[in-house]
Design a protein around this ligand. Structure first.
Ligand SMILES: Nc1nc2c(ncn2[C@@H]2O[C@H](COP(=O)(O)OP(=O)(O)OP(=O)(O)O)[C@@H](O)[C@H]2O)c(=O)[nH]1
Length: 166
């Protein structure tokens, strides 16, 4: 659990780091079902990890809920001397899938906060319609309750003097 601030609103997010290894995939897929936002992460020093992204995307499409928000991440950006995947390759792939893209480094903290904030923003935006619907519903209920309360009340100040015994 982590709390981050987006547009002045404090949002509590639950983060799951799923295992990348094939043998854990049955468990991993179960996590997709309740996800609202997903980072698809490759390692910029591993062409192989970049090639795997397409498989991750197809798994997410199959098992995650419709409308789940996704961001592509090229991690280990601090390992410039070992780079096998160009930044443009990451950008290109993200564009193909209609995702935002960040190169990050868990070592230097590069773009860590930015990418989490962005994913949270995307999730909030995607749910804004739902929230607005709930808000309208709640305010209608409130208005109805106020009306009912009004109707149940004796009429105006003239009435209140009638009930006064002093
Ligand atoms: N240089 C560098 N090393 C990193 C970075 N992020 C993770 N590592 C290292 O990469 C190795 C693997 O990190 P993990 O966090 O276990 O990677 P993972 O993708 O969760 O691994 P699995 O889910 O087990 O496949 C560790 O030795 C980390 O210290 C980074 O940004 N830069």
């Amino acid at each position: 659990m982590k709390t981050i601030e987006v547009d002045g609103i404090k949002v509590r997010i639950q983060i799951w780091d799923t295992a990348g290894q094939e043998r854990y995939q049955t468990i991993t897929k179960q996590y997709y079902r309740r996800a609202q936002g997903i980072f698809l992460v490759y390692d910029i020093s591993s062409e192989r990890s970049y090639q795997h992204i397409m498989k991750w995307v197809s798994d997410v499409d199959e098992y995650a809920p419709e409308g789940v928000q996704k961001i592509l991440i090229g991690n280990k950006a601090d390992e410039e001397q070992k780079r096998q995947v160009g930044r443009e390759q990451g950008q290109q792939l993200a564009k193909e899938y209609g995702m935002d893209f960040y190169e990050t480094s868990a070592c230097t903290n590069l773009n860590i906060k930015e990418s989490f904030t962005r994913l949270t923003e995307l999730v909030l935006q995607a749910h804004r319609k739902e929230l607005d619907g709930l808000r309208t519903c709640a305010s209608n209920e409130l208005a109805l309750a106020e009306l009912e309360e009004e109707e149940g009340k004796p009429e105006g100040p003239a009435n209140s003097s009638k009930t006064c015994w002093c």
